[in-house]
Design a protein around this ligand. Structure first.
Ligand SMILES: [Zn+2]
Length: 445
């Protein structure tokens, strides 16, 4: 029982700048931002009026030379349209032009002599992909996500607010981290060492059964928001990846999840949920997306359609359990995989928006293209699978047309793949080039 009324406690003051999270995350990974920036070959240059907000640092963000990717087939995931022998011009962190050679002639001339040129002939050019469920705690994690082709991600929580610090990097050092929608700490009964992520969490150490009372759930949610979380991650059920836990038991019911949603004050809540009851409670509590969702019922699917709740099946995370050396997990993976595939088909047919999330953790990153391919194997068309990792995911993250499509003025995030993604979603696993925030972070041409 909770003896404390955290609701009356003041909301903790925003205090990110004075804390050395970034240095901690870099030390954890054994690499420095400076070394990454040097590798990327960025040149420091003043850009009046474009300095990121924050403490008054004397320096200026790194910039990259303009980039032209020419000769490939440029695909628009929104429409499924394709431009053969297309040209993409990236400059100043934005798409300066995209289209046929004729349509882009002026923009190409404007950067001629300054631009780096990549020849994508015989290949396909796409916007950077979006992974709506990752756990990044270090610079190496961010780098591994980028290498897989995801240039925008939504965090599914981090241990010490490293995701909040990663989110600040693109504005200063393009190409070091994907664009990150941070979640902060997992809203879960047992915080473990994450209790040390912020002094304002100390009161929660007094709770004998962990964070369960609605007032405590609201308090933890408020600490996350004050530390810069833009979304809130919570749970209805235990984890599937731990043999000792039964993911069909209930951790938080609808009332508890409603307290989280209310305290999130409009920040989208993503909810880890497996059981029919858990998923239903989460949906009715008003979460923005269901993560995993294996045992979703028909009635809940109808409610998701009504409310516009997104579905992140995390196919790879669930199906790969089947290959676990642990017999409990292997059996679980084999049992869950076809059930989840059927859930994806039922959700799709009902009109639920399905989004691609890998649930990658640390440097154990599943390329986002693999998740798209698994969604296609479950029943999505190649275009639908592409949309799950582009336009639909971008909409969930509130990125509008800036991500998930290549449009003039949008983000300078792009990938080049070896095969036609409109014929087969497995093409998204054949990533040749990754450009993030105008920086070439992978180049296999
Ligand atoms: Zn997760």
């Amino acid at each position: 029982m909770c003896l404390h009324d955290h609701t009356s406690a003041p909301t903790p003051a925003a205090s990110l700048p004075r804390r050395g999270i970034l240095a901690g995350a870099a030390a954890l990974a054994g690499i420095s931002v400076a070394s990454i920036a040097a590798q990327l070959g960025g040149a420091s240059a003043a850009q009046a009026g474009e300095k990121p907000s924050g403490p008054n640092y004397h320096g200026s963000p790194l910039t990259h030379p303009p980039l032209i990717i020419e000769g490939g087939t440029i695909v628009d995931p929104q429409t499924g349209g394709a431009i053969e022998d297309g040209v993409l011009v990236l400059d100043g962190g934005k798409v300066a032009a995209v289209g046929t050679r004729d349509e882009t002639r002026e923009a190409v001339a404007a950067v001629a002599g300054r631009a780096r040129v990549l020849n994508a002939s015989g290949r396909w050019v796409l916007p950077g992909l979006v992974d709506v469920h990752v756990h990044a705690n270090a610079l190496a994690d961010a780098r591994a996500i980028l290498q897989g082709g995801a240039t925008s991600v939504r965090s599914g929580s981090s241990s010490f607010y490293q995701d909040v610090a990663l989110a600040a990097l693109p504005a200063w050092a393009p190409g070091v981290s994907p664009r990150m929608t941070p979640a902060g700490l997992f809203i879960s009964p047992d915080l473990g060492d994450s209790l040390l992520a912020d002094p304002d969490l100390a009161p929660l150490a007094t709770l004998p059964t962990g964070v369960r009372e609605t007032a405590d759930l609201a308090y933890l949610t408020r600490v996350n928001l004050s530390r810069g979380a833009q979304v809130i991650k919570t749970r209805a059920n235990p984890r599937a990846g731990i043999p000792e836990q039964d993911p069909r038991e209930l951790v938080y019911n609808q009332e508890q999840l409603s307290a989280v949603v209310k305290a999130a004050r409009g920040a989208g809540v993503l909810c880890h949920a497996y059981s029919a009851e858990g998923i239903d409670g989460a949906v009715r509590a008003g979460v923005r997306s269901i993560e995993h969702g294996v045992f979703v019922s028909e009635g809940t699917i109808a409610e998701m359609v009504r409310r516009g709740t997104y579905f992140t099946p995390t196919m790879d995370a669930i199906t790969s359990m089947a290959a676990s050396p642990n017999p409990v997990l292997a059996a679980r993976g084999k049992e869950y995989a076809p059930i989840l595939q059927a859930a994806v088909r039922a959700a799709k047919e009902a009109g639920v928006t399905i989004v691609a999330g890998t649930d990658s953790f640390g440097t154990d990153v599943t390329p986002i293209g693999t998740e798209a391919r698994l969604l296609a194997e479950a029943g999505l068309s190649p275009l639908e699978a592409l949309q799950s990792a582009t336009v639909h995911a971008a909409r969930l993250l509130g990125l509008g047309n800036d991500a998930g499509r290549l449009v003039r003025g949008g983000f300078a995030d792009a990938i080049v793949v070896d095969a036609d993604p409109l014929s087969s979603a497995s093409a998204l696993e054949q990533v040749r080039v990754v450009v993030a925030q105008g920086a070439v972070v992978r180049n296999g041409l």
